[in-house]
Design a protein around this ligand. Sequence first.
Ligand SMILES: Nc1ncnc2c1ncn2[C@@H]1O[C@H](COP(=O)(O)OP(=O)(O)OP(=O)(O)O)[C@@H](O)[C@H]1O
Ligand SMILES: [Mg+2]
Length: 200
Amino acid sequence: MDLPINSTPHIHPHAFAVSARERAELLRQTPGIVWFTGLSAAGKSTIASAVDVVLHRNGKHSFLLDGDTLRTGLCRDLGFSNEHRHENIRRVSEVSRLMADAGLLVLVCSISPFAADRQLARAIAGPHRFIEVHVHVPVAVAERRDPKGLYKLARQGAIKDFTGIDSPYEEPTTPDIRINTTQCSVADAVALIARRLGRT
Ligand SMILES: Nc1ncnc2c1ncn2[C@@H]1O[C@H](COP(=O)(O)OP(=O)(O)OP(=O)(O)O)[C@@H](O)[C@H]1O
Ligand SMILES: [Mg+2]
């Protein structure tokens, strides 16, 4: 995917004296971005947090970028229209790119319901170091779990544009990893992702 070029004149990107490779070598790890996509209550944050703990215990430098947290800061001005969802993904992708350039293993949790936006995320973050994890669950199961009570509010009409209810979720057709959380335990999901990271 070709990324749009900044048309603002007089922008001269800084040539870093320390390269991303040198930073990664110092940290003795291969940086990467693990992008968790899926419905609300699918289990993205639960699994990503558990991966974060395992990486940390194994001496890896990781960081979790969680959608809800980002929407209280970096993306606090954004709502849930298609346009705002797109801008949300763009910002989070840019931040994850910078963090990976700094040498980190970045875990991103974002519903990211649109295929085009996920494609953009991969392009911005760097396709060679991007792992898309589809955390899958049927809407009915997510709705039964409803840990934040959001599905209930969406059904009542108190929340609009809620993914899976009145806003679509475009299922990834070729994710790098697919985890069905009605069948796969958190521990098994973590092991699967850790194995994959071990190979990068
Ligand atoms: N196998 C499983 N893997 C992950 N979560 C599970 C699993 N089985 C049950 N759960 C439960 O499902 C819920 C998932 O909630 P979680 O906050 O992780 O979802 P999320 O995808 O991050 O949602 P949101 O997009 O709203 O942040 C938790 O209550 C968790 O305990
Ligand atoms: Mg979450």
